[in-house]
Design a binder for this molecule. Structure first.
Ligand SMILES: [Zn+2]
Length: 151
């Protein structure tokens, strides 16, 4: 085994609790998100205070990334739309490139690139169509203007 260079071996000091000053511990707790009266729970990694569960946890970048899709998904469900991650998942499941999806389902060649980056929200109509195709991918063949292989 190679010895790690010292720069890689440096471990950041855990953050301290804002409320009691105790060093926080990295662990996973159930967290609940709410949106317009709807709630969803998921396991949230984070830095938590051992002295009082009510003390405000600290979430680092990786912690936030781990559950980023949870709230976005809840909001999309409540609003009847789709999150960027869901759109990408469904498109891939249908075997379409971003360009092909924009051509076939409407919106133009850049539409799915923008949806999947979260730059543009899908309309409710596109969301409904994608949800249907997610459940019944065989319906893709029923859409007029089915693309050729070269598209
Ligand atoms: Zn504390």
């Amino acid at each position: 085994m190679q010895q790690q260079p010292p720069s890689d071996a440096i471990v950041d000091q855990p953050p301290r609790c804002d409320e009691c000053g105790l060093l926080l511990r990295h662990e996973t707790r159930t967290r609940t998100w709410t949106y317009k009266g709807h709630a969803v729970s998921a396991e949230q990694p984070g830095w938590y205070c051992a002295s009082d569960p009510a003390h405000e946890p600290v979430y680092d970048e990786a912690d936030i990334a781990a559950t980023e899709a949870v709230f976005l998904g809840l909001r999309a469900d409540v609003e009847g739309t789709l999150s960027a991650a869901e759109i990408a998942r469904i498109r891939r499941r249908l075997g379409l490139s971003q360009r092909q999806a924009g051509k076939l389902l409407g919106g133009g060649p850049m539409a799915f690139h923008k949806y999947e980056k979260g730059e543009v929200a899908v309309t409710r109509a596109v969301a409904v169509l994608l949800r249907l195709l997610d459940r019944h991918p065989e319906l893709l063949g029923e859409i007029p203007g089915r693309l050729g292989r070269a598209a």
